[in-house]
Design a protein around this ligand. Structure first.
Ligand SMILES: *[C@@H]1O[C@H](CO)[C@@H](O)[C@H](O)[C@H]1NC(C)=O
Ligand SMILES: *[C@@H]1O[C@H](CO)[C@@H](O)[C@H](O)[C@H]1NC(C)=O
Ligand SMILES: [Ca+2]
Ligand SMILES: [Ca+2]
Ligand SMILES: [Ca+2]
Length: 571
């Protein structure tokens, strides 16, 4: 017979066995076997698989194919976007759609085409205004309601800004991007300048200011998250570094891969892409499932526009796991949670800190489970520093192939000193006989070669670049000290000529050596942590790193999400 014995003299929980009582039991001839009960960590195994009829068609997130976006694993940990607000800046949102209405958030919505609070799309025979509704369903279509599929963050709140169905001005863009910055956490946008392969264009003064204010003051000062599609100009050999929205350091630029891990025909490569999610490919490749106009479902959502909302939904899961992430923390996490996986490209290279990076995919396929795991234990980054250096002191004629080198101290000795890079920008003015023939590249002291703009065969402009800012994410976490090389290479007509007038290297980052961070988090927080009946942590807890790093307190944070908290428990 088995008995369960309790003893009042023994504390409910302790870190060591009680030797005295064990000895007494051991000596007792009537006891043949005993064991002191210890806490066992058990997680519910049930991967919460939505019952929605179209979920089996959601190949990119239903675990059918490996690797996929690893969304099911995050749901299994109870993360579904609860408490996170996302707004889709597009052509409207069908707010009464049977798979959206419950998550629809009027406070995250507006109509800047008609200047009214109702972003309902304008219906036309060709259904051209279905784009926003399709993007919204990817993020937050309702789950387990017997209809359509499920969104990545199916318990998040979703809004829509109608702004693409009409004349677009700097004011409208700026107003859209600064709608309710204390209420909306993530904006997802899949638009930009023409993808014709000959345009160089970016945000106007007001929109630029909207981005700056968003990251500075938005979300209570943690910074609004702007998730952006990289562009659909692949057919026109476009380069997303000629698009000032997606190449902004303030936007998180998302590229696409087909289910087989190929570069889709519409995809544009560039150095400012940070990460990749799945989307469509050829007509025979599976596409993305989402909500559609007229209360319908679709399994035909396509293009880079379909990739950005998937990333926005995954970031919503990370924000639920850790609401205190800043806009730069989020980019750091996305760098770390993106993997080359099976993505095919000719240009994968290993950068100076050992990460694989490509102009087609950034750091690779985003993994939701990895993202939320890293988010939970992330120690905040120090404030952003900026170190600017003039590369060209006097105008230089552009030779057919040239390198302009500069030995950089990274602002050593000043309060702008940078040890670990984040974004790197090159701001330049040059004239050139045929702009699209000129390839511009940047090589870091650690030997990472990044193409700032590849040739664009259709760009026959003779206007050159005027104070244009290119951006690269490929040097992330590298040490910027040493010799940088700007490369200019005429890859077109032999008689091309031009002048490099100005060039400034802008380094962003912090004085912290990010490569020295322990690979797994150092939880040293002290705390008012208590355990509940199941031995799980409850109540307030703190986490901190080594001396000098920030310590955060999160009152009443969901306890069961934190595998790290048992380290310290106050009975
Ligand atoms: C760059 O400058 C530093 C400090 O002046 C010097 O030690 C280093 O040798 C220089 N590197 C190159 C490649 O010139
Ligand atoms: C560039 O090409 C377009 C279309 O082929 C043509 O209309 C335009 O005149 C060309 N511009 C220059 C500067 O050659
Ligand atoms: Ca309206
Ligand atoms: Ca559904
Ligand atoms: Ca483009």
């Amino acid at each position: 017979q088995y008995f369960h014995l309790r003893h009042r003299g023994i504390s409910q929980q302790s870190l060591s066995p009680h030797w005295g009582h064990r000895l007494r039991l051991k000596k007792d001839p009537k006891v043949r076997w005993f064991e002191q009960q210890t806490m066992r960590r058990r997680a519910k195994r049930s991967l919460e698989v939505p019952t929605d009829p179209w979920f089996p068609k959601q190949w990119y997130m239903n675990n059918e194919m490996q690797p996929d976006l690893n969304i099911l694993q995050s749901w299994g940990q109870g993360l579904t976007g609860r408490g996170v607000v996302i707004s889709i800046l597009d052509d409207g949102i069908e707010k009464d759609h049977p798979d959206l209405w419950a998550n629809y958030d009027p406070l995250a919505s507006y109509d800047f085409n008609d200047y009214d609070p109702d972003p309902q799309p304008r219906y036309t025979p060709s259904n051209e205004n279905r784009h926003g509704t399709r993007c919204a369903g990817e993020v937050a279509a309702m789950a387990n309601n017997g209809f359509c599929g499920a969104g990545v963050a199916f318990n998040a709140r979703i809004g829509g800004v109608r702004m693409l169905d009409g004349t677009i001005t700097d004011v409208i863009e700026a107003q859209s991007l600064s709608l309710q910055p204390q209420h909306i956490h993530i904006y997802s946008a899949s638009w930009g300048p023409s993808d014709d392969g000959r345009t160089v264009d970016g945000p106007g003064i007001l929109t630029h200011e909207a981005f700056r204010r968003g990251v500075t003051y938005g979300r209570g000062g943690l910074g609004t998250l702007f998730v952006w599609a990289s562009g659909n100009g692949g057919l026109h050999y476009d380069n997303c570094n000629c698009d000032g929205y997606t190449n902004s350091i303030h936007t998180l630029s998302v590229g696409s891969a087909t289910w087989q891990g190929r570069v889709p025909w519409y995809s544009e490569a560039c150095a400012s892409i940070l990460t990749t999610t799945f989307s469509s490919g050829l007509a025979t490749d599976p596409q993305i499932v989402s909500t559609d106009l007229h209360h319908q479902c679709t399994d035909k959502h396509t293009g880079t526009s379909a990739s950005a909302p998937l990333a926005a939904g995954m970031i919503a899961l990370a924000l639920e796991a850790n609401p205190l992430l800043t806009w730069r923390d989020t980019q750091h996490l996305v760098v770390r949670a993106s993997k080359p996986a099976h993505l095919q490209a000719e240009d994968w290279k290993t950068n100076g800190v050992g990460r694989q990076v490509s102009h087609h995919y950034g750091y690779g396929l985003l993994d939701a489970a990895l993202l939320v795991d890293l988010a939970r234990t992330w120690r905040p980054t120090q404030p952003q520093r900026k170190c600017a250096l003039e590369v060209v002191l006097a105008p230089l004629p552009i030779l057919s192939r040239m390198l302009v080198k500069r030995n950089v101290s990274a602002c050593t000795g000043s309060q702008d000193y940078i040890r670990s890079l984040e974004h790197v920008q090159v701001q330049l003015s040059l004239s050139y006989s045929r702009r699209g023939d000129l390839e511009i590249s940047l090589t870091s002291p650690m030997g990472t070669h990044s193409t700032l703009v590849d040739i664009r065969p259709l760009d026959n402009s003779s206007q050159g670049y005027h104070d244009w800012t290119f951006m690269s994410t490929h040097f992330w976490d590298e040490n910027p000290q040493g010799l940088w090389a700007l490369g200019l290479w005429n890859k077109g007509f032999y008689f091309n000529t031009g002048m490099l007038h100005r060039c400034t290297l802008l380094l962003y980052g912090t004085a912290e050596d990010m490569t020295a961070r322990a690979p797994s988090p150092q939880v040293t927080g002290s705390a008012r942590v208590q355990r509940d009946a199941e031995g799980l942590c409850q109540g307030e807890w703190q986490r901190g790193g080594r001396a000098g790093s920030a310590v955060i307190t999160r009152p009443g944070y969901p306890h069961h999400e934190y595998p790290s908290c048992p380290l310290l428990c106050v009975p």
